[in-house]
Write a protein that binds this ligand. Structure first.
Ligand SMILES: Cc1cc2nc3c(=O)[nH]c(=O)nc-3n(C[C@H](O)[C@H](O)[C@H](O)COP(=O)(O)OP(=O)(O)OC[C@H]3O[C@@H](n4cnc5c(N)ncnc54)[C@H](O)[C@@H]3O)c2cc1C
Length: 401
């Protein structure tokens, strides 16, 4: 069946980039968001860094690199204004022995693999300070291609599309299959219907019946916004340790972010501002001294983190049917009880602005039957049913797309 209409639940980067990828294929998309505005969840921070966070030659690193390169090209292709997408580069600092060992290993790996096309250079503290324009206390791995994006401009750009209509203040509580169409029903009993539904509502996917079996947890994070001073305005690249510190945008630096698993309270905490400042101190004690008294405000939101740190992307399975009659471990993947037309794109953890656009593109390719076999291993790693299949002892099927 050719897909003509879609409903996407969730107006963050996962939902908006999925809506965009589908709309680009001529599919009419309804994007449904529970709050009054898009970007009301984790995707609503003032600034998002684009991270090439790599450890070496493992599956998560391959995913991180591929999605990073895709996101840079993708944001470039959207022709965002310079005030919304800036490739100012990033210094990942070796601020302790573990991180120094990691960046040294990554630098060797990237220089041995030029075909990956990820530009990087290991620099000493003097070179790092010259690149940054401010004093940096550590050696660092410099990524000149990367930068930051302004989420609110990005989400607006993705969704101002002739094939996308947005419905806000609409919280979806139920999803039903009526045979020909999928229906979504909101908390006021309003019903919408389409050929397919994509669940992209982060931690709330666990509250929808068909996606209850995914394995994610909320991780609270707080960013601190600091008024720039004369010296800090000289910073012209992103600095990273466990967290990040951005160049000033409209006179404000973003410093983030705390990482508290299992917490879902969204109040702004002074203690969390202090944690962020202490991370800044490890990057540059000079900057920290200048800025410690210049806290303007903060924003707290929840990451949606999967238990194996891979995003959760693909078609869903009927969990009840699978549990009632579990297949043989060598069963053909196509004979599982698939929920044809019901998909998910979530679990983007701390790097959704790098990972979600690529996941959205892969998902749209799959929905439209364009998937190339090159992507099968990665789609398998992101298989949304993997947690359920593993619990049933079906490890081979858990890795397949
Ligand atoms: C403090 C902090 C700093 C971060 N910094 C960065 C960074 O610098 N770079 C980066 O790449 N990533 C960063 N991240 C991670 C990034 O923000 C997330 O990975 C990304 O925003 C996840 O996008 P999402 O669309 O999956 O989720 P969200 O942005 O949370 O979107 C989910 C949306 O679904 C809506 N929704 C929920 N339930 C329903 C329902 N039932 N019906 C309708 N709508 C519903 C929500 O209101 C929300 O708008 C950070 C995260 C935090 C918390």
């Amino acid at each position: 069946m050719r897909v003509k209409t879609a409903i996407v639940i969730g107006g963050g980067i996962a939902g908006c980039s999925t809506a965009y990828a589908l709309a680009q294929r001529g599919i009419k998309v309804r994007l449904v968001e529970q709050h009054e505005n898009l970007g009301s969840g984790a995707s609503g921070n003032p600034c998002a860094m684009l991270y090439p966070r790599v450890s070496g030659n493992d599956a998560l690193s391959s995913f991180a690199l591929a999605s990073f390169l895709y996101s840079l090209d993708f944001y470039q292709s959207l022709q965002l204004p310079a005030t919304a997408f800036n490739t100012c580069g990033m210094l990942q600092t070796g601020y302790n022995s573990r991180e120094l060992a990691r960046i040294t290993k990554v630098a060797a790996f990237l220089s041995a693999n030029p075909s990956l096309k990820v530009a990087s250079k290991l620099v000493n503290p003097i070179e790092a300070s010259q690149i940054a324009g401010v004093s940096i206390d550590h050696a660092a791995l410099y990524f000149p291609q990367t930068g930051w994006v302004n989420p609110s401009v990005l989400l607006a750009r993705l969704t101002q599309h002739q094939h996308i209509s947005i419905m806000t203040s609409c919280k979806i509580a139920l999803i039903k299959n009526t045979g020909a169409l999928w229906q979504v029903i909101d908390i006021q009993q309003k019903t919408l219907a389409a050929d397919i539904v994509v669940i992209a509502n982060a931690n709330n996917a666990m509250h929808l019946l068909q996606s209850q079996h995914i394995s994610t947890q909320p991780v609270r994070g707080q960013v601190t916004l600091l008024a720039a001073c004369a010296d800090s305005r000289a910073l012209n690249t992103i600095l990273c340790s466990d967290g990040y510190f951005s160049p000033a945008m409209d006179g404000v630096h973003s410093l983030g972010a705390t990482f508290d698993a299992g917490q879902s309270d969204l109040s702004i905490r002074e203690a969390d501002h202090q944690k962020n400042l202490s991370a800044l101190n490890t990057l540059s004690s000079a900057l920290c001294q200048d800025l410690a008294s210049r806290i303007q405000s903060g924003r707290a939101s929840l990451r949606c983190v999967s238990t194996d740190y891979f995003p959760i992307v693909g078609k869903l399975i009927d969990a009840d049917l699978l549990r009632q009659s579990p297949p043989h471990p060598n069963e053909d993947i196509n004979s599982l009880p698939w929920l044809d037309g019901l998909y998910i794109n979530t679990g983007h953890g701390s790097k959704g602005f790098t990972s979600a656009p690529w996941c959205a593109e892969l998902l749209a390719q799959r929905i439209c039957g364009e998937t190339s076999s090159n992507d099968n291993a990665l789609l398998g790693a992101m298989n949304p049913n993997r947690f359920l299949l593993k619990r049933l002892g079906l490890k081979r099927l858990a890795k397949m797309a």
